[in-house]
Write a protein that binds this ligand. Structure first.
Ligand code: SAM
Length: 277
């Protein structure tokens, strides 16, 4: 099974060597989460710097679009993170399968994914009432109902995106009935360990070959990182940690199967060339 297949990357345990990692400071996280003015100022300044750098060498139209979307609603994504969400969703749109996001907040990242999805169905999961109850270790810097954004406001913002389906309520309960859906791209931005783990349990087995789960906050929030470590159960998997707070888990075991089938197909095809007609 997929858990037994050896890949190149092992997820490092949490809590090791965090000295000097000022961006993981719990008080800073709490201030960031609870003080909207502080959060917006930090996000706007860093996004401005990111886009100024990206604008120096990336496609101008893409950068202007990302800037526009980030201005329309409050987002927890930095400029570089918005760029990555857009780029990975666009690349994954070549694959069959639906797309999903868990952790929508005001809909900024959802709009980016929708615009990059090539019209693939995009399922949006959120309580639309903010975070569920954090675990003990998370309660110091995250709180219940944080990032509350009412469903009707998010629906109004995304009303022009016909490929979006809303699944309001507590995930994974809201995924009931979707057991047979397959996904090419899933974006997680749920902050909590329990939510991240529930998402991995549900989505990973439902990824198409080459499908990807991208998470926000992998390096900011210990709970998110721990959920990935527990999910993989110590088995090395294809996880790519980005220089932003994000990480991407790619389902490559089924790719190996498909590549094997593909290669068999190629050699059969080559055989037909050498066989007499
Ligand atoms: C940080 S916000 C998402 C930010 C958003 N992606 C953006 O770009 O601005 C986290 C969201 O996760 C949602 N959430 C966390 N755990 C959840 C769960 N188990 N079920 C549904 N929603 C959840 C919260 O309601 C909240 O809106």
């Amino acid at each position: 099974m997929w858990r037994d297949i050896a890949f190149q990357h092992t997820i490092t345990p949490t809590g090791q060597g965090t000295r000097g990692m000022w961006m993981k400071n719990k008080y800073l996280h709490r201030l960031y989460g609870e003080n909207r003015v502080f959060r917006k100022s930090v996000m706007n300044i860093t996004a401005w710097m990111d886009f100024a750098m990206l604008g120096g060498h990336k496609d101008g139209e893409t950068i202007n679009r990302l800037r526009r979307v980030r201005r329309e609603r409050e987002s927890l994504l930095s400029g570089n993170e918005a760029f990555m969400v857009n780029a990975v969703a666009r690349a994954q749109s070549c694959l069959p399968g639906d797309m999903a996001e868990v952790g929508v907040y005001q809909g900024c990242s959802a709009r980016l994914i929708s615009e990059a999805s090539g019209g693939r169905p995009l399922h949006l999961f959120d309580t639309f009432e903010g975070l569920p109850c954090p675990e003990k270790g998370e309660a110091g810097h995250l709180r219940e109902k944080q990032y509350n954004s009412p469903l009707d406001r998010v629906k109004a913002y995304l009303a022009d995106r016909p490929n979006i389906q809303f699944h309001p309520g507590f995930f994974p309960a809201t995924a009931a009935g979707m057991e047979n859906t397959r996904f090419s791209f899933v974006h997680l931005d749920v902050d909590l360990k329990s939510s991240t783990r529930a998402c991995l349990d549900f989505f990973y087995p439902r990824l198409v070959p080459g499908g990807a789960i991208m998470t926000h906050d992998y390096s900011y929030l210990d709970g998110v990182r721990e959920a990935f470590a527990e999910f993989t159960g110590g088995h090395p998997m294809q996880l790519i940690e980005l220089p932003t707070s994000q990480a991407i888990l790619i389902r490559t075991d089924t790719v190996n199967d498909s590549v094997a089938q593909g290669l068999a197909g190629v050699s059969n095809w080559e055989k037909t060339l050498t066989e007499p007609v």
